[in-house]
Design a protein around this ligand. Structure first.
Ligand code: ADP
Ligand code: GLC
Length: 481
């Protein structure tokens, strides 16, 4: 049996702000349990829903030196769907209303504490990982600490580490002096070939330098991040480590996202009966959101964090033009105020056509995937993207920009060869996006049979974890030897 421990800042069902949580919560379930014992370690946030807090049982605790103080570290445990989760507890670090406060220094302190506490907790579990699989900047110091102080302890010798990049944009950067104080790492670690990056300390960079292997969440993104446009200042390092870097495209949980049995949608459907059944969900959603009730209107959905990453500048630029068309637009998302207000404005201006739902809701997200005709995701960059995979699963045709995982998972419609599962455009240009949406409208309204065949193809592609979990297994095998 090979032991793999995921360490991450979020994971469903306990805490989710984006796709990272979906991956951390679903991939371990799909790895072959005959050969691998995968477990997950997360912070115990006080803002976790009570129903999940109630699932945790106390295991043990200890005290750890951190940032010139002696701090309490509790370890709790829960088992969900056969996967063991460990939680690191200290309310002064993991308090607050959200997992990430948005204050960079607070977040850096919190996750430095998490990394050190996670490693210190391991010898107290009756489980020793062969590989520690780290996700994003919040866990970047784990590969560093693992090679530094923890080598002195017999327990850690030979443990390998993997750093998976879900989003290179976030790196955890702050001035060297402060990070040196908080982390307790010596000057040796704050050099340009280690944690230093453009005169600052950079936690993700530490992980990328010291991890035994690096992965990211699609093949295209793995190539893109070696260029200066997508490399976020780390393209040099990623080129240098390109032999240890590979892309493995994400999957989604096919039980959780399943139009045949989704408890959040009123009318269940499958690849055979969607023509009759799915439209009933659209009708119900139009009614619920106060849009014109009309089966025939093309409904375009958006479910997203509202940040510039997702291409909302393009949408803002042509929204008035788009709203002249015979379409309905349903948005679900929270994030930057400018985009929240932009959608509120268009909801007010085109009340029967646009519905802006500026909140977070699992239920509403499923309703949108299960009701809309198309799903818009014109990202500036997209490491993988899970929303378009969810849309495909529900036969909701993605309209995407060809970048990162969007390029790898959505096959562009080709009307001459009867191929494709969605629509895509190349350049980050608002009118190129609008032309692509209009092309989709044309197929939807004028060639409904073709549109429906595209849905057949979309619902037939397999982005469950089946294939990608095997790739992770291969990598674990190769690392452990
Ligand atoms: P990212 O991780 O960059 O946010 P992904 O496409 O990988 O993008 O994953 C986004 C996940 O978050 C999907 O599961 C999507 O359904 C969900 N999501 C985003 N915004 C909301 C929201 N407002 N309410 C419910 N779910 C949301
Ligand atoms: C990040 C990326 C997204 C990816 C997700 C899970 O949040 O922005 O593209 O799907 O991580 O890997």
């Amino acid at each position: 049996m090979k032991n793999i421990l995921f360490v991450a800042s979020e994971g469903v069902p306990f805490m989710k702000t984006g796709g990272l949580a979906d991956v951390v919560g679903s991939l371990p379930k799909c790895v072959d349990k005959k050969y691998f014992d995968i477990r997950v370690m997360l912070p115990k946030y006080t803002c976790m829903k009570q129903e999940y807090k109630d699932m945790l049982t106390y295991k043990t605790h200890f005290y750890m030196d951190f940032n010139w103080k002696n701090e309490y570290v509790g370890i709790l445990e829960a088992v969900v769907d056969g996967i063991t989760y460990y939680f690191i507890d200290n309310e002064s670090y993991f308090g607050g209303f959200k997992p990430y406060s948005g204050n960079v220094l607070d977040d850096i302190t919190k996750f430095t504490f998490f990394c050190k506490a996670a490693l210190s907790a391991m010898p107290l579990l009756d489980y020793r990982p062969d590989v520690i699989h780290c996700h994003d900047w919040q866990t970047g110091l784990i590969p560093v600490y693992l090679k530094e102080r923890f080598q002195a302890n017999e327990y850690f010798r030979g443990i390998k580490s993997i750093m998976t990049i879900h989003n290179l944009k976030f790196q955890g950067r702050w001035d060297i002096k402060t990070v040196r104080n908080i982390s307790g790492l010596s000057d040796y670690y704050f050099a340009p070939d280690k944690l230093e990056s453009y005169k600052d300390a950079n936690l993700l960079k530490g992980g990328l330098v010291f991890a035994d292997a690096i992965t990211t969440v699609s093949d295209t993104y793995a190539e893109e991040i070696k260029t200066s446009f997508y490399g976020e200042g780390l393209d040099g390092l990623l080129n240098a480590r390109s032999r240890d870097l590979r892309g493995i495209v994400n999957g989604i949980d096919y039980d959780e996202y399943c139009p045949e049995k989704d408890a959040f949608i009123e009318y269940k459907y499958d690849a055979k009966n969607f023509r009759k059944e799915k439209v009933k969900n659209k009708r119900a959603l139009q009614k619920e959101l106060g849009l014109t009730e009309d089966d025939k209107k093309m409904m375009i959905g958006i479910v997203s964090r509202l940040t510039d990453q997702k291409g909302f500048d393009l949408i803002a630029y042509v929204m008035d033009e788009l709203c002249q068309d015979d379409v309905q637009i349903v948005v679900l998302g929270t994030g930057e105020e400018q985009y929240e207000n932009m959608f509120r404005h268009f909801d007010w201006k085109y009340n029967d056509k646009v519905s802006a739902n500026i909140y977070y809701s699992e239920e509403m997200s499923h309703k949108i995937y299960g009701s809309c005709d198309a799903f818009l995701m014109p990202s500036l960059f997209e490491p993988c993207g899970l929303s378009q995979l969810m849309a495909l699963r529900y036969g909701t045709i993605p309209i995407v920009r060809e970048t990162g995982g969007l390029k790898d998972t959505v096959e562009p419609y080709n009307e001459y060869e009867n191929k494709g599962t969605g629509f895509s455009f190349t350049n980050y240009n608002a009118h190129e996006m609008l032309a692509t949406i209009r092309y989709a409208e044309k197929i939807y309204y004028d060639r409904k049979r073709e549109w429906n065949k595209m849905i057949d193809r979309a619902m037939a592609v397999d982005f469950s974890w089946n294939v990608s979990a095997l790739k992770y297994q291969e990598m674990y095998d190769w690392l452990i030897g």
